[in-house]
Design a protein around this ligand. Structure first.
Ligand SMILES: O=C(O)[C@H](O)[C@@H](O)[C@H](O)[C@H](O)COP(=O)(O)O
Length: 243
């Protein structure tokens, strides 16, 4: 479902409302809310809103469990860390129990072994139930990547694992990512996409020919859940169908 907003401020406010509503419904139904966060610059405004009223008091923080959609394999003190950014913008300011926050990093561990451990943590969290996140937030790069699902990478074909680590040659670093089959089990997914630099990729992903190898965001098609594209007018400028 496509939602076009005037600008980043309106988009972020609507995303905060979606976060609140999804969290409250999940807790009402299942007693807890499980979310995967995105990194990058797109969610910064949303995250700071979540730590402010009225959202702060509307979110059931005690029942919230926080995972990440992807991460750069860097320590939690590194400025490139998605976990560091989320902690600074909201997690350190809200009453979510520390032990319910699962950053994608552990000192003195290899990324591949860590990815396996993260997968086990997810399996433990979901127990007998299918690993369905209540909400996964995603960004999209101007090359059409999402999470750490980059064009032309092996991980795009992963079918058996929930989490993968791999070396991303062009960036000379390891990345950890939830895989597309896991993301697609989510009950709700929300892409945060704004700026004219995203317009061309957004057009290709939503209205272009199917080519997920080149535009990995096309892989994101939830089996049972909903996908919300929260975009601003600049990002939507090349779309023919505006709703
Ligand atoms: O950076 C990350 O952690 C994510 O891997 C990545 O998928 C991100 O969401 C997009 O690159 C969009 O980034 P921006 O929000 O900075 O445009």
């Amino acid at each position: 479902m496509l939602h076009i907003f005037e600008d980043k401020a309106h988009l972020s406010k609507a995303a905060a409302e979606l976060f609140v509503q999804t969290a409250r419904e999940a807790v009402q139904k299942n007693g807890r809310f499980t979310v995967a966060l995105t990194g990058g610059s797109s969610p910064v405004q949303l995250y700071s809103l979540l730590a402010q009223q009225p959202y702060l008091e509307q979110i059931p923080w005690q029942q919230t469990f926080v995972f990440w959609g992807d991460e750069r394999w860097v320590p939690l003190t590194d400025d490139r860390s998605n976990a560091k950014m989320a902690k600074e913008t909201f997690l350190n300011k809200v009453p979510v129990p520390q032990e319910q926050i699962y950053p994608m990093w552990k000192d003195n561990m290899e990324p591949e072994a860590f990815a396996q451990q993260y997968e086990q943590q997810l399996q433990k969290h979901f127990g007998q139930q299918a690993p369905e996140f209540d909400l996964i937030l995603l960004g999209m790069g101007d090359d059409g990547h999402t999470a750490s699902l980059f064009p032309g990478t092996e991980v795009l074909h992963e079918e058996s694992h929930l989490v993968q680590a791999y070396y991303l040659e062009p960036q000379s670093m390891y990345r950890i990512t939830l895989t597309a089959p896991l993301i697609n089990q989510a009950k709700a997914i929300c892409f945060l996409t704004f700026g004219s630099n995203k317009a061309s990729a957004l057009f290709e992903v939503l209205e272009g020919e199917r080519n997920p190898e080149k535009y990995p965001s096309q892989l994101i098609k939830p089996q049972h859940g909903k996908v919300h594209w929260f975009v601003d007018e600049n990002a939507a400028s090349l779309l023919a169908k505006k709703q």
